[in-house]
Design a protein around this ligand. Structure first.
Ligand SMILES: [Zn+2]
Ligand SMILES: [Zn+2]
Ligand SMILES: [Zn+2]
Ligand SMILES: [Zn+2]
Length: 420
C-alpha cells in the first residue's frame, strides 16, 4: 500500500447482526477484519469470519515423515506418529536414528568405517542428546519404535491411563448417546466440529521458573565468583510438561516423545454447510482446492488525503465481470453514489497506450473535488471519487452494495475506513 493510503476493513455478517445500527453510529468499537481474513459464501451471498464458520478435520499427518494417518487410527495412536519419529526431550528437535561406531579395523577413510552397526539408537544433531543413556537401543533401526512402545506400555502412567479408560467407558458411552440425541433435536450441533489449535502453546508461561533461577544463579556466580554448574542439569518446566506424570527433576531422566500429529482443517459456512476452505489432501502440498476469500469477490476500498479536507476514495473490482456499486455514507458527502467499475485487468494485460490515447493519467493525491468528470474517475478496474468528511471523523463508515449483471444478485456490507 502506498504511503498515506488506508484500506477499508469489512464488517462480517455476524457482527452486523449483533451490533445493528451501532456499526455506523460508533464505528470505532466494532470488531472488523481485513477482506483477506474473511470468507464469502456463494450460496448465502454473505460474509463469514472465523467465528461464524464450522471447522472440520480434513486430513491428519505427521509433520516429520509426512505420512497421512487415517482418521480411524488417530485415537488409537493417541494423536502421535507410530513410525520412527521422535523429538528430543531436551531441545524438542526431531531425532535421527544412528548406528554405533564399528570397531577400528579399517582406516578412517574406508567406506566401512562410516557405516553404523548395531545397537542403533536415537540421536539429536542439535544438542547431542542420545537415547543410550536411558537404555533405548535396538538391534535393527526399524525396531526402535517397538522398543519405545514396550518401554511406554510398562511405565506406570500408561497403565494408569488404560485403567482410567476402562473405568470411564460406561460414562463415555452415556455421553455419546446423549450427544446423538441432541444432534437429532438440534441440526446446528455437530459432534465432529473442532476449534483451531492455539497458535502458541504455553506461551503465557515464558520464562519458566527454572530458566529464571538459572539466570539468577549465573548472575550470583558472576557476582560472588561461584560456579553453579548443577542448574544446567535441572529440567525446565516446559521439559517436565512433556512427561506430566513423572515430571523428572533431572535432565538425564527425560524421555523422548513421539512427534504429535497435525491436521489440515476445512471450513464450512455454518448456515448452509457450503465449503469455504478445503486444503489439498496430499500432505506434501500446502495448496488449497477451494478457498473462497472475500477479497476475491468483494470490492476493496482505500482512501488517501486530498486537498482542503477532501479524501480520495478508490474502489477496486477483483472480479472478471463489470461491477455495479452503490455507496451509502453516514456523516460524509460523496461526489457520486452509483458507479460501474470495469472488470479486473491483470497487470500483464494492461495496455498503457489505450489509456494514454484517451487522455487519462494516474490520479495524484492532490486531485480536488472538481477534478473528476461527473464526480468519478474510472481507471482500469478502479473507480476514484471524492469524499468530504467532518474534521472530527476518525473512521469513515461506508455501506457498499455491489452486484454483477450475470448473477442478478446483490450483496451489501459495511466497510470501515480509518482516516489518518
Ligand atoms: Zn462472522
Ligand atoms: Zn512420522
Ligand atoms: Zn536435542
Ligand atoms: Zn452459506
Amino acid at each position: 500500500m502506498l504511503r498515506g493510503h488506508s484500506a477499508g476493513i469489512a464488517v462480517c455478517a455476524c457482527v452486523q447482526q449483533l451490533y445493528g445500527a451501532r456499526v455506523h453510529e460508533s464505528p470505532t468499537c466494532i470488531p472488523t477484519h481485513p477482506l483477506t481474513q474473511l470468507y464469502f459464501c456463494e450460496e448465502c451471498y454473505a460474509l463469514r469470519c472465523n467465528d461464524c464458520i464450522d471447522w472440520e478435520i480434513s486430513s491428519t499427518y505427521c509433520p516429520s515423515c509426512l505420512f497421512e494417518v487415517p482418521g480411524t487410527s488417530v485415537r488409537a495412536q493417541k494423536s502421535q506418529c507410530a513410525r520412527n519419529c521422535f523429538t528430543c526431550p531436551v531441545c524438542t528437535h526431531v531425532l535421527s536414528i544412528v548406528g554405533s561406531d564399528p570397531p577400528r579395523r579399517e582406516a578412517l577413510t574406508a567406506p566401512e568405517a562410516s557405516l553404523g552397526i548395531a545397537p542403533f539408537f536415537l540421536s539429536c544433531s542439535c544438542c547431542r542428546w542420545d537415547s543410550k543413556r536411558i537404555g533405548l537401543v535396538a538391534e535393527k533401526a526399524a525396531d526402535l519404535s517397538a522398543v519405545f512402545h514396550s518401554m511406554e506400555q510398562n511405565a506406570w502412567p500408561m497403565q494408569e491411563y488404560e485403567r482410567l479408560i476402562e473405568h470411564m467407558a460406561p460414562e463415555v458411552q452415556a455421553n455419546i448417546y446423549e450427544r446423538t440425541r441432541k444432534t437429532r433435536s438440534s441440526r446446528r450441533f455437530r459432534p465432529n466440529l473442532v476449534r483451531p489449535p492455539p497458535s502458541n502453546y504455553h506461551a503465557d508461561y515464558e520464562p519458566t521458573r527454572s530458566q529464571a533461577l538459572t539466570k539468577y544463579a549465573s548472575r550470583l556466580s558472576r557476582q560472588c565468583g561461584l560456579v553453579q554448574r548443577d542448574m544446567m542439569q535441572v529440567s525446565t518446566v516446559q521439559q517436565r510438561w512433556t512427561m506430566p506424570c513423572e515430571q523428572p527433576y533431572q535432565v538425564t531422566a527425560l524421555h523422548p516423545r513421539r512427534v504429535r500429529l497435525l491436521c489440515k482443517l476445512s471450513k464450512r459456512c455454518s448456515t448452509c454447510r457450503h465449503i469455504l476452505v478445503r486444503p489439498e489432501p496430499r500432505t506434501n502440498s500446502n495448496a488449497y482446492k477451494i478457498k473462497l476469500l472475500a477479497s476475491q469477490f468483494l470490492p476493496s476500498c482505500t482512501v488517501m488525503p486530498s486537498a482542503n479536507g477532501l479524501w480520495t476514495l478508490t474502489l477496486t473490482n477483483p472480479l472478471m465481470d463489470a461491477m455495479d456499486i452503490t455507496l451509502r455514507c453516514v456523516g460524509a458527502e460523496l461526489s457520486i453514489r452509483h458507479v460501474q467499475v470495469p472488470a479486473f485487468v491483470d497487470a500483464f494485460e494492461m495496455d498503457d497506450d489505450d489509456v494514454a490515447a484517451r487522455g487519462l493519467a494516474p490520479v495524484t493525491p492532490n486531485t480536488g473535488w472538481d477534478a473528476f468528470v461527473h464526480g468519478t474517475y474510472v481507471y482500469r478496474h478502479h473507480a476514484v471519487l471524492s469524499v468530504r468528511v467532518r474534521a472530527d471523523m476518525q473512521v469513515l463508515p461506508l455501506e457498499i452494495q455491489w452486484s454483477v449483471a450475470e448473477t442478478m444478485r446483490s450483496h451489501t456490507f459495511w466497510s470501515l475506513v480509518p482516516l489518518r
